[in-house]
Design a protein around this ligand. Structure first.
Ligand SMILES: Nc1ncnc2c1ncn2[C@@H]1O[C@H](COP(=O)(O)OP(=O)(O)O)[C@@H](O)[C@H]1O
Ligand SMILES: [Mg+2]
Length: 244
């Protein structure tokens, strides 16, 4: 059984059909790539999976259970995490507080009451150690560099013990050394059983890391296959040229 399944999912914004009867599956244990020209609907697909948007039509199944239309915090609890830029209101908090706030059983009000459980604090510190920024735990999040914020985002996503992690352009604006570290973290988590769905423009990264690769264009899935198959598929080249 697929871990994630989109079944004929459609999302319109006014007259624009951003996602158009889109169907695909993500198998458990894979690092699946999601590529396609700008405007293909990739980020909208992530917003639909993570509950920020509701599909107009179609179903989204996670571990066999319908999750379309469920609110984001419930989807997180079911085991789907995604990275976001650190929200502005969290910039004044410390790095550690940011991670703790992403615990699915805790919210901001609990944190402000200083009633954070010891285990959650320890888990957050362990995650900061994992991504390599534990030395910054007590700094305000706004003081972090762009790359360090990326690592913080990953630590935040991991706080909910996700089965599936959605990454939207993890390499964007990241220097090669940091990118190498992010890739290492992805591979470590993958070996431990986490499934990934990754939107990425850097083709060398997609082709080296992802298997299989799904190609979207005009809101639909155009092709799905191994990196080699995708690279040789003339429809994929056409989609990129057509959008240029
Ligand atoms: N909230 C929104 N309101 C209106 N149009 C949107 C919204 N989000 C995305 N779009 C449009 O939907 C299409 C798909 O966008 P997006 O999912 O961001 O594509 P991608 O991530 O593949 O570049 C684009 O034409 C974009 O302008
Ligand atoms: Mg996008």
């Amino acid at each position: 059984m697929a871990l994630l399944e989109l079944n004929e999912v459609t999302k319109r914004f006014g007259g624009l059909t951003a996602v158009d009867r889109c169907s695909f599956t993500v198998e458990a244990g894979t690092i699946t790539g999601l590529i396609g020209p700008n405007g293909a609907g990739k980020t909208t697909v992530f917003n639909l999976i993570s509950g920020l948007l509701k599909p107009d039509v179609g179903k989204i199944l996670f571990a066999g259970e319908e999750v379309n239309g469920k609110p984001p915090h419930l989807i997180t609890r079911k085991g789907i995490a995604r990275t976001f830029q650190i929200a502005r209101e969290f910039e004044e908090m410390t790095v550690l507080e940011n991670v703790i706030t992403h615990s699915p059983t805790r919210g901001l009000p609990d944190l402000l009451k200083r009633s954070v459980l010891k285990e959650e604090r320890e888990k957050a510190i362990a995650l900061l150690e994992f991504v390599g920024i534990a030395h910054l735990a007590y700094e305000e999040a706004r003081k972090l560099s762009y790359g360090q914020k990326k690592l913080l985002e990953l630590a935040c996503a991991l706080m909910a013990d996700p089965k599936l992690i959605l990454l939207d352009e993890p390499a964007g604006g990241v220097n090669p050394r940091l990118l190498e570290r992010i890739v290492e973290h992805i591979e470590t988590l993958h070996r431990q059983g986490t499934t990934f769905l990754i939107i990425e423009h850097k083709m060398d990264l997609v082709m080296g890391l992802c298997h299989p690769v799904i190609v979207m264009a005009y809101g639909k899935v155009l092709a799905k296959g191994s990196p080699e198959e995708i690279q040789e598929d003339p429809r994929v080249l056409d989609a990129y040229l057509g959008a240029a």
